[in-house]
Design a protein around this ligand. Structure first.
Ligand code: NAP
Length: 324
Protein backbone atom coordinates (compact mmCIF):
# COMPACT_ATOMS: atom_id res chain seq x y z
CA UNK A 1 0.00 0.00 0.00
CA UNK A 2 2.79 2.38 1.02
CA UNK A 3 4.69 1.47 -2.17
CA UNK A 4 1.69 2.17 -4.39
CA UNK A 5 1.12 5.54 -2.65
CA UNK A 6 4.75 6.40 -3.30
CA UNK A 7 4.39 5.37 -6.94
CA UNK A 8 1.27 7.52 -7.40
CA UNK A 9 3.05 10.49 -5.76
CA UNK A 10 6.06 10.03 -8.06
CA UNK A 11 3.87 9.82 -11.18
CA UNK A 12 1.99 12.96 -10.11
CA UNK A 13 5.30 14.70 -9.44
CA UNK A 14 6.74 13.72 -12.83
CA UNK A 15 3.58 14.87 -14.66
CA UNK A 16 3.76 18.25 -12.90
CA UNK A 17 7.46 18.60 -13.64
CA UNK A 18 6.97 17.85 -17.34
CA UNK A 19 4.33 20.58 -17.61
CA UNK A 20 6.62 23.26 -16.00
CA UNK A 21 3.65 25.55 -15.27
CA UNK A 22 2.18 22.82 -13.08
CA UNK A 23 5.50 22.37 -11.32
CA UNK A 24 6.47 25.97 -10.67
CA UNK A 25 3.01 27.33 -9.89
CA UNK A 26 0.94 27.05 -6.71
CA UNK A 27 -0.59 23.90 -8.19
CA UNK A 28 2.71 22.02 -7.92
CA UNK A 29 3.09 22.96 -4.28
CA UNK A 30 -0.47 22.04 -3.40
CA UNK A 31 -0.49 18.67 -5.15
CA UNK A 32 2.96 17.60 -3.93
CA UNK A 33 2.44 18.67 -0.33
CA UNK A 34 -0.56 16.30 -0.21
CA UNK A 35 0.66 13.45 -2.44
CA UNK A 36 4.10 13.34 -0.79
CA UNK A 37 2.48 13.74 2.66
CA UNK A 38 4.79 16.55 3.76
CA UNK A 39 5.29 16.92 7.47
CA UNK A 40 6.47 19.98 9.37
CA UNK A 41 10.23 20.53 9.06
CA UNK A 42 12.21 19.48 12.18
CA UNK A 43 12.64 21.80 15.18
CA UNK A 44 15.72 24.01 15.11
CA UNK A 45 16.06 25.00 18.76
CA UNK A 46 19.64 26.03 19.50
CA UNK A 47 20.49 26.49 15.80
CA UNK A 48 21.52 29.82 14.28
CA UNK A 49 20.79 30.64 10.63
CA UNK A 50 21.87 33.69 8.64
CA UNK A 51 19.27 34.65 6.01
CA UNK A 52 20.14 37.20 3.32
CA UNK A 53 17.35 39.24 1.77
CA UNK A 54 15.24 38.67 4.87
CA UNK A 55 13.50 42.05 4.63
CA UNK A 56 10.99 40.97 1.98
CA UNK A 57 9.26 38.20 0.05
CA UNK A 58 10.71 34.69 0.17
CA UNK A 59 13.59 35.63 2.51
CA UNK A 60 11.23 37.10 5.08
CA UNK A 61 9.04 33.99 4.88
CA UNK A 62 12.16 31.81 5.32
CA UNK A 63 13.17 33.82 8.41
CA UNK A 64 9.68 33.50 9.91
CA UNK A 65 9.51 29.79 8.99
CA UNK A 66 12.85 29.14 10.70
CA UNK A 67 11.70 31.18 13.71
CA UNK A 68 8.58 29.04 13.92
CA UNK A 69 10.87 25.99 14.24
CA UNK A 70 12.67 27.68 17.16
CA UNK A 71 15.80 28.90 15.37
CA UNK A 72 17.83 32.02 16.06
CA UNK A 73 17.64 33.95 12.78
CA UNK A 74 20.20 36.57 11.79
CA UNK A 75 18.48 38.67 9.15
CA UNK A 76 20.33 40.85 6.69
CA UNK A 77 19.34 43.13 3.79
CA UNK A 78 19.65 46.88 3.16
CA UNK A 79 16.34 48.24 4.44
CA UNK A 80 16.56 48.43 8.24
CA UNK A 81 12.87 49.31 8.70
CA UNK A 82 11.67 46.24 6.81
CA UNK A 83 14.32 44.07 8.50
CA UNK A 84 13.07 45.14 11.94
CA UNK A 85 9.51 44.33 10.94
CA UNK A 86 10.59 40.91 9.71
CA UNK A 87 12.54 40.30 12.96
CA UNK A 88 9.41 41.13 15.00
CA UNK A 89 7.56 38.46 13.01
CA UNK A 90 10.36 35.95 13.68
CA UNK A 91 10.03 36.57 17.42
CA UNK A 92 6.22 36.41 17.26
CA UNK A 93 6.57 33.03 15.52
CA UNK A 94 8.68 31.69 18.41
CA UNK A 95 12.26 32.29 17.28
CA UNK A 96 15.08 34.60 18.32
CA UNK A 97 16.11 37.42 16.00
CA UNK A 98 19.20 39.49 15.30
CA UNK A 99 19.18 42.18 12.62
CA UNK A 100 22.35 43.32 10.83
CA UNK A 101 21.76 45.56 7.80
CA UNK A 102 24.21 45.36 4.90
CA UNK A 103 24.41 45.95 1.19
CA UNK A 104 25.91 42.65 0.08
CA UNK A 105 27.51 44.08 -3.07
CA UNK A 106 29.60 46.42 -0.89
CA UNK A 107 32.67 44.42 0.30
CA UNK A 108 33.22 46.70 3.30
CA UNK A 109 29.62 46.16 4.43
CA UNK A 110 29.99 42.38 4.12
CA UNK A 111 33.11 42.59 6.25
CA UNK A 112 31.25 44.68 8.85
CA UNK A 113 28.33 42.22 8.78
CA UNK A 114 30.62 39.27 9.46
CA UNK A 115 32.41 41.17 12.22
CA UNK A 116 29.08 41.99 13.90
CA UNK A 117 27.98 38.37 13.68
CA UNK A 118 31.32 37.21 15.11
CA UNK A 119 31.05 39.67 17.99
CA UNK A 120 27.47 38.79 18.93
CA UNK A 121 26.79 35.15 17.99
CA UNK A 122 28.39 31.95 19.28
CA UNK A 123 28.40 30.18 15.91
CA UNK A 124 26.33 29.94 12.76
CA UNK A 125 24.92 26.61 11.57
CA UNK A 126 23.48 27.60 8.21
CA UNK A 127 23.46 30.40 5.67
CA UNK A 128 20.55 30.94 3.28
CA UNK A 129 21.76 32.91 0.26
CA UNK A 130 18.44 34.37 -0.80
CA UNK A 131 19.09 38.08 -1.61
CA UNK A 132 18.53 38.76 -5.27
CA UNK A 133 16.68 40.69 -7.94
CA UNK A 134 16.09 40.86 -11.66
CA UNK A 135 17.34 44.24 -12.88
CA UNK A 136 15.51 45.23 -16.10
CA UNK A 137 18.22 47.75 -17.03
CA UNK A 138 22.03 47.53 -16.93
CA UNK A 139 23.55 48.58 -13.60
CA UNK A 140 26.91 48.23 -11.92
CA UNK A 141 27.96 47.38 -8.38
CA UNK A 142 30.37 49.81 -6.71
CA UNK A 143 33.38 47.81 -8.01
CA UNK A 144 32.12 48.07 -11.61
CA UNK A 145 30.83 44.48 -11.89
CA UNK A 146 27.45 44.16 -13.59
CA UNK A 147 24.93 44.18 -10.72
CA UNK A 148 23.12 40.87 -11.43
CA UNK A 149 26.37 38.89 -11.23
CA UNK A 150 27.62 40.96 -8.30
CA UNK A 151 24.42 40.29 -6.32
CA UNK A 152 23.84 36.60 -7.08
CA UNK A 153 27.34 35.22 -7.56
CA UNK A 154 30.11 37.38 -6.14
CA UNK A 155 28.24 38.53 -3.02
CA UNK A 156 27.41 34.96 -1.85
CA UNK A 157 30.95 33.84 -2.72
CA UNK A 158 32.49 36.62 -0.62
CA UNK A 159 30.04 36.17 2.25
CA UNK A 160 30.53 32.39 2.42
CA UNK A 161 34.29 32.75 2.45
CA UNK A 162 34.22 35.36 5.20
CA UNK A 163 31.68 33.39 7.23
CA UNK A 164 33.74 30.20 7.17
CA UNK A 165 35.48 30.79 10.50
CA UNK A 166 32.17 31.59 12.20
CA UNK A 167 30.37 28.47 11.06
CA UNK A 168 30.05 25.40 13.22
CA UNK A 169 32.41 22.81 11.85
CA UNK A 170 30.56 19.58 12.61
CA UNK A 171 27.69 20.31 10.24
CA UNK A 172 27.41 23.45 8.12
CA UNK A 173 24.55 24.04 5.74
CA UNK A 174 24.41 26.39 2.76
CA UNK A 175 21.18 26.90 0.82
CA UNK A 176 21.26 29.04 -2.32
CA UNK A 177 17.98 30.34 -3.69
CA UNK A 178 18.41 29.99 -7.45
CA UNK A 179 15.55 29.97 -9.95
CA UNK A 180 13.87 27.77 -12.54
CA UNK A 181 14.89 30.54 -14.94
CA UNK A 182 18.37 29.01 -14.87
CA UNK A 183 17.06 26.11 -16.99
CA UNK A 184 16.96 28.45 -19.98
CA UNK A 185 20.70 29.20 -19.98
CA UNK A 186 23.83 27.08 -20.38
CA UNK A 187 26.71 27.84 -18.05
CA UNK A 188 29.31 29.80 -20.00
CA UNK A 189 31.72 31.89 -17.99
CA UNK A 190 32.61 34.05 -20.98
CA UNK A 191 28.94 35.16 -21.24
CA UNK A 192 28.15 35.36 -17.53
CA UNK A 193 28.77 39.05 -17.00
CA UNK A 194 26.78 40.95 -19.61
CA UNK A 195 27.85 44.34 -20.88
CA UNK A 196 25.89 47.56 -21.17
CA UNK A 197 25.47 46.99 -24.92
CA UNK A 198 24.21 43.38 -24.83
CA UNK A 199 22.37 43.50 -21.51
CA UNK A 200 18.93 41.88 -21.23
CA UNK A 201 17.67 41.60 -17.66
CA UNK A 202 15.99 38.18 -17.89
CA UNK A 203 19.01 36.65 -19.66
CA UNK A 204 21.50 38.12 -17.18
CA UNK A 205 19.32 36.82 -14.35
CA UNK A 206 19.06 33.29 -15.81
CA UNK A 207 22.84 33.10 -16.37
CA UNK A 208 23.56 34.28 -12.83
CA UNK A 209 21.03 31.81 -11.41
CA UNK A 210 22.70 29.00 -13.41
CA UNK A 211 26.08 30.14 -12.02
CA UNK A 212 24.65 29.95 -8.49
CA UNK A 213 23.91 26.26 -9.03
CA UNK A 214 27.48 25.68 -10.24
CA UNK A 215 28.84 27.61 -7.24
CA UNK A 216 26.70 25.65 -4.77
CA UNK A 217 28.22 22.41 -6.15
CA UNK A 218 31.70 23.87 -5.73
CA UNK A 219 31.02 24.64 -2.07
CA UNK A 220 30.01 21.03 -1.63
CA UNK A 221 33.25 19.85 -3.25
CA UNK A 222 35.65 22.33 -1.71
CA UNK A 223 34.54 23.31 1.76
CA UNK A 224 35.34 20.00 3.38
CA UNK A 225 33.52 17.41 5.42
CA UNK A 226 30.53 18.60 7.38
CA UNK A 227 29.37 20.91 4.58
CA UNK A 228 25.97 20.34 2.99
CA UNK A 229 25.37 22.72 0.09
CA UNK A 230 22.06 22.94 -1.74
CA UNK A 231 20.57 25.10 -4.44
CA UNK A 232 16.84 25.37 -4.87
CA UNK A 233 14.08 26.79 -7.00
CA UNK A 234 11.21 28.28 -4.97
CA UNK A 235 8.63 28.22 -7.78
CA UNK A 236 6.82 31.30 -9.07
CA UNK A 237 6.13 33.38 -5.99
CA UNK A 238 4.08 36.54 -5.54
CA UNK A 239 6.65 39.04 -4.13
CA UNK A 240 7.63 42.67 -4.59
CA UNK A 241 10.72 41.40 -6.40
CA UNK A 242 8.66 39.47 -8.96
CA UNK A 243 6.35 42.44 -9.53
CA UNK A 244 9.32 44.76 -10.12
CA UNK A 245 11.50 42.40 -12.17
CA UNK A 246 8.94 40.43 -14.17
CA UNK A 247 5.68 42.41 -14.09
CA UNK A 248 4.23 40.13 -16.82
CA UNK A 249 4.30 37.23 -14.35
CA UNK A 250 1.77 39.04 -12.16
CA UNK A 251 -0.77 38.00 -14.82
CA UNK A 252 -0.49 34.46 -13.42
CA UNK A 253 -2.45 35.84 -10.43
CA UNK A 254 -3.84 32.94 -8.41
CA UNK A 255 -1.33 30.53 -9.96
CA UNK A 256 1.51 32.26 -8.09
CA UNK A 257 2.71 30.76 -4.83
CA UNK A 258 2.59 32.61 -1.53
CA UNK A 259 5.99 33.57 -0.02
CA UNK A 260 5.44 30.85 2.63
CA UNK A 261 5.01 28.26 -0.11
CA UNK A 262 8.14 29.57 -1.86
CA UNK A 263 10.03 29.32 1.45
CA UNK A 264 8.91 25.79 2.27
CA UNK A 265 11.70 23.72 0.68
CA UNK A 266 14.36 26.15 1.94
CA UNK A 267 13.19 25.85 5.56
CA UNK A 268 12.79 22.10 5.15
CA UNK A 269 16.32 21.67 3.71
CA UNK A 270 17.85 23.66 6.58
CA UNK A 271 15.91 21.61 9.11
CA UNK A 272 16.63 18.22 7.56
CA UNK A 273 20.29 18.96 6.89
CA UNK A 274 20.99 20.28 10.39
CA UNK A 275 19.11 17.69 12.40
CA UNK A 276 18.81 14.33 10.60
CA UNK A 277 21.57 11.73 10.87
CA UNK A 278 21.38 11.45 7.07
CA UNK A 279 21.23 14.92 5.47
CA UNK A 280 19.44 15.33 2.10
CA UNK A 281 21.66 14.70 -0.93
CA UNK A 282 23.47 17.86 -2.04
CA UNK A 283 22.12 19.22 -5.32
CA UNK A 284 19.27 21.25 -6.82
CA UNK A 285 15.94 20.91 -4.99
CA UNK A 286 12.39 21.95 -5.72
CA UNK A 287 9.33 21.03 -3.68
CA UNK A 288 11.32 18.78 -1.34
CA UNK A 289 12.67 16.60 -4.16
CA UNK A 290 16.08 16.50 -5.77
CA UNK A 291 15.78 17.69 -9.39
CA UNK A 292 17.85 17.54 -12.53
CA UNK A 293 19.70 20.71 -13.49
CA UNK A 294 19.01 20.46 -17.22
CA UNK A 295 15.78 20.53 -19.23
CA UNK A 296 16.95 21.84 -22.57
CA UNK A 297 19.47 19.86 -24.65
CA UNK A 298 21.44 23.01 -25.55
CA UNK A 299 22.17 23.72 -21.89
CA UNK A 300 23.42 20.24 -20.99
CA UNK A 301 27.04 19.78 -19.80
CA UNK A 302 29.00 16.53 -19.52
CA UNK A 303 30.51 15.59 -16.14
CA UNK A 304 33.94 16.71 -17.43
CA UNK A 305 32.50 20.06 -18.57
CA UNK A 306 30.75 20.46 -15.22
CA UNK A 307 34.09 19.98 -13.49
CA UNK A 308 35.86 22.54 -15.66
CA UNK A 309 32.90 24.96 -15.37
CA UNK A 310 33.12 24.74 -11.59
CA UNK A 311 36.86 25.27 -11.53
CA UNK A 312 36.67 28.21 -13.93
CA UNK A 313 33.87 29.88 -11.97
CA UNK A 314 35.75 29.39 -8.71
CA UNK A 315 38.94 31.01 -10.06
CA UNK A 316 36.92 33.85 -11.55
CA UNK A 317 35.16 34.51 -8.23
CA UNK A 318 38.50 34.44 -6.42
CA UNK A 319 40.00 36.94 -8.88
CA UNK A 320 36.98 39.22 -8.61
CA UNK A 321 36.75 39.23 -4.82
CA UNK A 322 40.36 39.91 -3.91
CA UNK A 323 40.04 41.14 -0.40
CA UNK A 324 39.93 44.85 0.33
N1 NAP B 1 9.64 35.50 -6.63
C1 NAP B 1 9.88 34.48 -7.44
O1 NAP B 1 8.99 33.99 -8.17
C2 NAP B 1 11.25 33.89 -7.51
C3 NAP B 1 11.45 32.78 -8.36
C4 NAP B 1 12.70 32.20 -8.42
C5 NAP B 1 13.73 32.69 -7.63
N2 NAP B 1 13.52 33.79 -6.83
C6 NAP B 1 14.65 34.25 -6.03
O2 NAP B 1 14.24 34.37 -4.69
C7 NAP B 1 15.05 35.34 -4.02
C8 NAP B 1 14.14 36.30 -3.26
O3 NAP B 1 13.36 37.02 -4.20
P1 NAP B 1 11.92 37.62 -3.86
O4 NAP B 1 11.05 37.27 -5.00
O5 NAP B 1 11.52 37.29 -2.48
O6 NAP B 1 12.22 39.19 -4.01
P2 NAP B 1 12.12 40.43 -2.97
O7 NAP B 1 10.83 40.38 -2.26
O8 NAP B 1 12.44 41.62 -3.79
O9 NAP B 1 13.31 40.13 -1.95
C9 NAP B 1 14.64 40.29 -2.32
C10 NAP B 1 15.47 40.49 -1.08
O10 NAP B 1 16.84 40.63 -1.46
C11 NAP B 1 17.38 41.74 -0.77
N3 NAP B 1 18.48 42.31 -1.54
C12 NAP B 1 18.53 42.60 -2.87
N4 NAP B 1 19.71 43.14 -3.19
C13 NAP B 1 20.45 43.18 -2.05
C14 NAP B 1 21.74 43.64 -1.72
N5 NAP B 1 22.56 44.21 -2.64
N6 NAP B 1 22.18 43.55 -0.45
C15 NAP B 1 21.37 43.01 0.50
N7 NAP B 1 20.13 42.55 0.26
C16 NAP B 1 19.67 42.64 -1.00
C17 NAP B 1 16.19 42.71 -0.61
O11 NAP B 1 16.35 43.54 0.51
P3 NAP B 1 16.64 45.12 0.54
O12 NAP B 1 15.96 45.71 -0.64
O13 NAP B 1 16.11 45.53 1.87
O14 NAP B 1 18.13 45.18 0.48
C18 NAP B 1 15.06 41.72 -0.32
O15 NAP B 1 15.04 41.42 1.06
C19 NAP B 1 15.88 36.00 -5.10
O16 NAP B 1 17.18 35.42 -5.11
C20 NAP B 1 15.15 35.64 -6.38
O17 NAP B 1 16.01 35.63 -7.47
C21 NAP B 1 12.31 34.38 -6.75
Amino acid sequence: MQRSNHLIASVADAALEASIVGSFSRLGFEVRSVSDRWEDPPRLDGKTVLVTGASSGIGRAVAIGLGRRGAHVISTARDIGRLNLSAKQVVAAGGAATVVPADLVEPSQVEALVERIGATCAGVDAVVHNAGALFPGYRQAPDGTELTVATHVLAPFRLTRQMSTLMNTKRRVLVTVSSGGMYTERFDLSRLEMTRSDYRGAVAYARAKRAQVVLASQWQLRLGPGVHSYSTHPGWVRTAGLDAGLPGMARLGPLLRSPEQGADTIVWLVGEALTRPQAPTPGFWHDRRLRGVYYRPGTRRSPAQERSDGEALWSWCEDRTVFV
